[in-house]
Design a protein around this ligand. Structure first.
Ligand SMILES: O=P(O)(O)OC[C@@]1(O)O[C@H](CO)[C@@H](O)[C@@H]1O
Length: 394
């Protein structure tokens, strides 16, 4: 890797920085919202009080001795980070740790009556039931008359811009999405993406999902379109093994999204039924790998996941957090070569992401200059810009 190894890992310890605001403001806001959304019992309120103090002023502590994933987390960093402030360890790590600890506080991992109750479900369902979702699904009916190229583009862009629908982001950036002065799409390798899916019907697509609701629905529609047009023969959809980053998709969210599609009208319902039978006959497969919610970059992925991505024709990695994990959560110079930072990835990979954190690679210098001139550094985190980047080894 040329100038890549030296870029600093993002920490949350700089007051005024975006990572610091996530730890100091977004996490307490999430605790408040979850507490208000559920009729929790006294022990959960106590645990949430403790978490609020611990995550803003305390130190990282080992998981309880009987936690099912204690050994995993010891290996993922607790052994190294225990006793340190949440603000002084990699930001990526602290954020994942927050969601793991929040689920523990509300009894998600059990045993007990609250086992498996997703603390973010009310927010996800509200979004899935919204009028915006109705409108997006109704728009599918007009797409059938368009050219194949227009359909490809519309469904790819639906999945890409669906990434703006991120509930955690909205908690701290409400109103921040003003129209962008500089171009919306800051890097666009979509021709290369379509080249990889040129379709003998035998291709396998791995799609590493990000958010549920208004992002997952267009992700599923993209998969349905690729299967229906023979661009792929099989899709593997990677979701999170447990609720994460407020709106990240789990298996339960896939089920809700498919019920929403199949229970609708017109083209949406047809796609829903198609996906339902693709699950039944194995053309669509779900995975909830523990590493999907690990606090580590993909560079450190375990062998079984590496083998799965190696065997795929293309892996599409969705969203901001997955981008941070794909390229490494570092303050790269924006013109750092995307190919260099993803050289470790075991097969062709495409990133589809709206920009919601400081991490960025693969820009050309003119684009960077244009963005800075128009918005100073706000383009990095405002969610008004997006990218499609592809790396295909060989
Ligand atoms: O992965 P997503 O849903 O696109 O975005 C996740 C996100 O909201 O969370 C992080 C801060 O908490 C940022 O990287 C990003 O803004």
């Amino acid at each position: 890797m040329p100038d890549t190894a030296s870029a600093p890992v993002l920490l949350g310890n700089q007051p005024g920085s975006f990572p610091h605001s996530v730890l100091a403001e977004r996490h307490p806001a999430i605790i408040r919202q979850v507490r208000e959304a559920f009729p929790y019992e006294p022990r959960q309120h106590r645990a949430l009080d403790e978490l609020l103090v611990n995550c803003t002023k305390g130190e990282i502590e080992p998981l309880p001795a009987d936690a099912h994933d204690r050994d995993l987390w010891e290996a993922w960093g607790v052994r190294e980070y225990a006793g340190r402030s949440w603000f002084d360890v990699p930001w990526l790590w602290s954020e994942s740790w927050f969601y793991r600890r929040l689920l523990q506080a509300v009894g998600y991992f059990g045993p007990g009556p609250w086992q498996g109750i997703d603390p973010f479900r009310p927010f996800k369902l509200a979004e899935l039931d919204s009028q915006e979702t109705d409108e997006e699904l109704a728009a599918l009916d007009d797409l059938a008359d368009r050219s194949a190229e227009e359909q490809d583009r519309a469904l790819l862009h639906g999945s890409l811009w669906g990434n703006r629908a991120d509930l955690g982001f909205r908690l701290s950036a409400e109103g921040a999405r003003t129209a962008a002065a500089a171009p919306g799409l800051v890097a666009d390798d979509s021709d290369r993406l379509w080249g990889l899916l040129s379709g003998a019907g035998e291709a396998t697509l791995c799609l590493v999902a990000d958010n549920a609701g208004r992002e997952l629905v267009p992700d599923l529609l993209l998969i349905a379109h690729l299967l229906a047009t023979g661009r792929i023969g099989r899709a593997v959809l990677h979701v999170k093994p447990y609720p994460y980053y407020v709106s990240d998709a789990t298996t339960a969210d896939v089920v809700d999204a498919l019920r929403r599609l199949a229970g609708g009208r017109g083209a949406a319902a047809a796609h829903g039924r198609q996906l339902w039978s693709a699950l039944a006959d194995g053309r669509l497969v779900l995975r909830a790998h523990p590493f999907s919610s690990a606090p580590l970059p993909y560079h450190e992925m375990p062998g079984d996941l590496r083998a799965e991505f190696a065997s795929a024709t293309l892996t599409i990695v969705k969203g901001d957090l997955n981008y941070r994990r794909l390229v490494g959560d570092r303050l790269w110079p924006p013109t750092t070569d995307f190919t260099d930072v993803t050289a470790y990835f075991p097969g062709p990979v495409a990133a589809l992401r709206t920009l919601k954190s400081d991490v960025i690679t693969g820009l050309d210098s003119r684009m960077e200059a244009e963005l800075v001139a128009a918005e100073d550094q706000r383009w990095r985190t405002s969610g008004t810009h997006a990218l499609i980047q592809v790396h295909s080894p060989g």
